[in-house]
Ligand binder design. Structure first.
Ligand code: SAH
Ligand code: SF4
Ligand code: F3S
Length: 445
């Protein structure tokens, strides 16, 4: 093993962060870079020339967790060749930190999602050659108080307002990897939003594992927070994700009809359509509750689009149960969705439930569900042709002059000859549908 002290040169140093999993991890990766920036680390987009590599990992399904170990194998060879500091962060680190250190003794630092504000100390310790550093406390001390002001990377930004989960769905590792629900105080959130707006951010997506559970110490709930954020100069669009059907309160539902800056799009995972399965999952709501919620949302904001997450092959799921999921999808209609085969996760109640479903059946169900969901996405996208949508252009496209943005419904939209519109919301007439995006032209100011 190389002496770790030789692994980090003097500044400037290059940092490569590879992110797996959800948007919380995307946010955390950006914040880890912010934390290390004052210590001379600037970003690079490959491990090949990095002085430090961080894998920000996801534990949600077996495949996600296994990916990390294969990536570590690859990095090991590279590290032998040129040496760099190697850290494993995120949910695999939190759940299996000891195992990571054992299976990959060449990893220098293992840190959890709640400890990355201490990264500079960990780096210093690893550099002193004191062996592997492990810091995966699920500390009650909120890391947010120790983080520097975020640096915006474009016109759309994430802002983490809530962490952790107390829902304990029987299949899910998140309550164990992220800890108990915690809401950041309102003044800190408003200050971060102001700082982002000051850097040209136009759209903010509020993040939380259970963002609809956000509550300030003074009893203010998410709807009230969104109203305040909407008053910040420069902020034109607000979104939040991920909400849970059981704690989306009616004020928040009705806000879709009252606050035009709140985009008419909501990711509202339902997971399954059968009451028996929903109960076994411990979701805290039934099929009828979801229908009622969808209807009320659309009454508040006609044209509101829903997206969702689904799990097929949960233990005990019969053909009839699965048909109820298909039926729910037909009934509600989704513009976008993620669907997964149930993956048994160590330590979760569902992993030891009877009636584990055969892989072949999970695959058949997933294929049928995905065909239905993609047909709905396709039909929705096709229905947009000929309409005019407000698009926030946030990045350059593949060829010169092309710009890419997001519609209110999160569809990527590209337009030719629009470079001057980067960072702005513009009306765009949709002219064509491509497999993963829409094409349009400027519809005038
Ligand atoms: N907090 C969010 C999302 C959590 S994880 C929520 O409550 O909806 C994102 C998605 O991964 C979940 O919505 C679920 O569909 C899926 N998922 C979680 N655990 C899983 C497991 N063990 N097997 C398969 N999919 C899973
Ligand atoms: Fe997991 Fe359920 Fe919590 Fe979502 S609500 S993070 S699925 S336990
Ligand atoms: Fe994965 Fe952790 Fe997010 S397990 S889905 S990265 S909260």
């Amino acid at each position: 093993m190389t002496d770790t002290a030789t692994l980090i040169p003097k500044p400037p140093r290059k940092l490569f962060v590879k992110t797996y999993g959800c948007q919380m991890n995307v946010y955390d990766s950006a914040r880890m870079a912010d934390v290390l920036a004052p210590h001379g680390f600037g970003p690079t987009d490959t491990a090949e020339d990095a002085d430090m590599v961080i894998l920000n990992t996801c534990h949600i399904r077996e495949k996600a967790a296994e990916k990390v170990f294969s990536e570590l194998g690859r990095l090991r060879a590279l590290k032998m060749k040129r040496g760099f500091l190697l850290a494993v962060a995120g949910c695999v680190a939190q759940a299996d930190g000891e195992e990571v250190m054992r299976r990959a003794p060449y990893v220098d630092i293992v840190l959890g999602p709640q400890t990355y504000h201490r990264l500079p100390e960990m780096v210093a310790k690893a550099a002193r050659g004191e062996g592997q550093v492990l810091d995966t406390a699920l500390s009650p001390e909120p890391k947010f108080d120790f983080l520097p002001e975020p640096k915006a990377e474009g016109a759309a930004a994430f802002l983490s307002i809530q962490e952790g989960c107390d829902k304990f769905c029987t299949y899910c590792v998140v309550p164990y990897t992220r800890g108990a629900e915690y809401s950041r105080p309102q003044d800190k959130i408003l200050a971060e939003a102001e700082a982002l707006a000051g850097q040209g951010v136009v759209e903010i997506t509020l993040l939380g594992q259970n963002v609809s559970a956000w509550e300030d110490q003074v009893g203010l709930r998410l709807a009230g927070l969104i109203r305040r954020l909407a008053r910040i100069g420069g902020i034109e669009r607000l979104r939040y994700t991920t909400s849970h059907p059981a704690d989306l309160d009616m004020e928040l539902v009705d806000l879709f009809g009252e606050e035009p800056k709140l985009m008419p799009y909501l990711h509202l995972p339902v997971q399954a359509g059968s009451d028996r399965v929903l109960t076994a999952m411990n979701r805290g709501h039934d099929r009828e509750d979801y229908f009622a919620l969808a209807e009320r949302l659309r009454r508040a904001r006609p044209g509101l689009a829903l997206s969702s997450d689904f799990i097929v092959g949960f233990p005990g799921e019969t053909d009839a149960d699965f048909e109820e999921t298909m039926d729910l999808v037909r009934e509600v209609g989704f513009v976008q969705a993620y669907s997964f085969k149930y993956s048994a996760r160590p330590g979760t109640p569902a992993s030891s439930m009877p009636g584990q479903v055969a892989e072949r059946i999970k695959e058949e169900r997933l294929a049928r569900l995905q065909a239905l969901l993609s047909e709905q996405t396709r039909a929705f996208n096709a229905s947009c042709v000929g309409t005019t949508m407000a698009v926030l252009f946030d990045r350059p496209g593949r060829h010169p002059g092309q710009v890419v943005g997001r519609s209110p419904f999160m569809q990527p939209v590209h337009v030719e000859n629009g470079a001057e519109f980067l960072g702005r919301v513009m009306p765009v007439r949709i002219t064509a549908v491509h497999p993963n995006s829409l094409a349009g032209e400027m519809a005038g100011p």
